[in-house]
Write a protein that binds this ligand. Structure first.
Ligand code: HEC
Ligand code: HEC
Ligand code: HEC
Ligand code: HEC
Ligand code: HEC
Length: 184
């Protein structure tokens, strides 16, 4: 009797597993839709119809790959003033609410105690000094609970977020001033 029940459950389980696997096929990485060459419409007055957007596949979290190694030339990137004094900029990209960044679904979901300590010694982190933001209290590498003093390079590069994550990969437009030597 018991054996029969177990078998039945097992079979049911297998069937369910079968169903789910057939439903949740690993999503193919969407290939970029081939751009159709835009043909100029003939003289017919184009009716104002909002073009149906091609369903853009949700891109998998972008891991920028660098076309070239930026640090071949930019050997002093940590000392560039916008990087070294990057503490004021964190919120431009990440927002300023520490809770939205660190707590809850879609975040690393830190325990409150990581930043606020344990009772009875609850603390509310404050900027270390005038002119700094509270973000700079943390995010050193490798210990994220040590102060980073806002150095964008030391915060991001060792954690695998390269120059291109922030600057993009269009090296030519980043260096458009190089074209100033061109004639005409
Ligand atoms: C072969 C050397 C070289 C490489 C490699 C290089 N750069 Fe540069 N970059 C320069 C020089 C020189 C300048 C300053 C002159 C200029 O603005 O073009 C510069 C300027 C810049 C600027 C400032 C532009 C401005 O107008 O303020 C940015 C941003 C930058 N580079 C980002 C990058 C990134 C990101 C990479 C890697 C993808 C990279 N660079 C790779 C040489 C290089
Ligand atoms: C110019 C935009 C920009 C600024 C300014 C910026 N960040 Fe980021 N940061 C990013 C991007 C882009 C990522 C990568 C996000 C991703 O992969 O989802 C990132 C990722 C991170 C990560 C996660 C790294 C990991 O382990 O995955 C931390 C921590 C971080 N930033 C902290 C900071 C702090 C602190 C500051 C201010 C001192 C700051 N950021 C300023 C753009 C920025
Ligand atoms: C990444 C660090 C971090 C984590 C994790 C965190 N907090 Fe905070 N919290 C802060 C900072 C920094 C402030 C100071 C306010 C500010 O700078 O916006 C703060 C402020 C607060 C305040 C307001 C205190 C006041 O005096 O205004 C409360 C309440 C609070 N946090 C509760 C929590 C709770 C509950 C959790 C867990 C669910 C939590 N926090 C997780 C960093 C954190
Ligand atoms: C008390 C320390 C503390 C403070 C203050 C703090 N953080 Fe963090 N932060 C952490 C820790 C610890 C982590 C998790 C470890 C890591 O990703 O390096 C983290 C992770 C992050 C991440 C990555 C989140 C993810 O989901 O992967 C970002 C982005 C970030 N912090 C930005 C900020 C910004 C912006 C501020 C200021 C508004 C700030 N942090 C304030 C300690 C802090
Ligand atoms: C977390 C984001 C972030 C990362 C990572 C990052 N930068 Fe920047 N960088 C900035 C911001 C923000 C500025 C100031 C605003 C701007 O010029 O876009 C800046 C400015 C610069 C400038 C101009 C400096 C000046 O004084 O005007 C250069 C050059 C540059 N970055 C190169 C690099 C290189 C090379 C790397 C990698 C070694 C790198 N950046 C990594 C965010 C970043």
């Amino acid at each position: 009797m018991k054996k029969g029940l177990i078998m039945a459950l097992l079979v049911a389980g297998l069937i369910l597993a079968g169903c789910t696997t057939s439903e949740v096929k690993p999503k193919e990485t969407p290939t970029k839709p081939v751009e159709t060459p835009t043909k100029k419409p003939e003289k017919t007055p184009t009716p104002k119809v909002t073009p149906i957007p091609t369903p853009t596949p949700k891109p998998t979290p972008k891991i920028e790959t660098a076309p070239i190694k930026c640090t071949i030339c930019h050997t002093k990137a940590p000392n560039y003033s916008p990087h070294a004094n990057g503490g004021k900029l964190c919120g431009n990209c990440h927002g300023w609410d520490p809770h939205k960044i660190h707590v809850g679904a879609g975040t690393i979901n830190l325990d409150c105690r990581t930043c606020h300590g344990e009772p009875p010694n609850i603390v509310v982190p404050q900027p270390m000094e005038e002119g700094r933001t509270v973000c700079e209290n943390c995010h050193a590498y490798p210990d994220p609970l040590k102060p980073s003093y806002g150095n964008l390079i030391n915060i991001h590069i060792p954690r695998g977020k390269y120059c291109t994550n922030c600057h993009g990969t269009d090296v030519a437009s980043l260096h458009a001033t190089a074209d100033k030597f061109a004639q005409g």
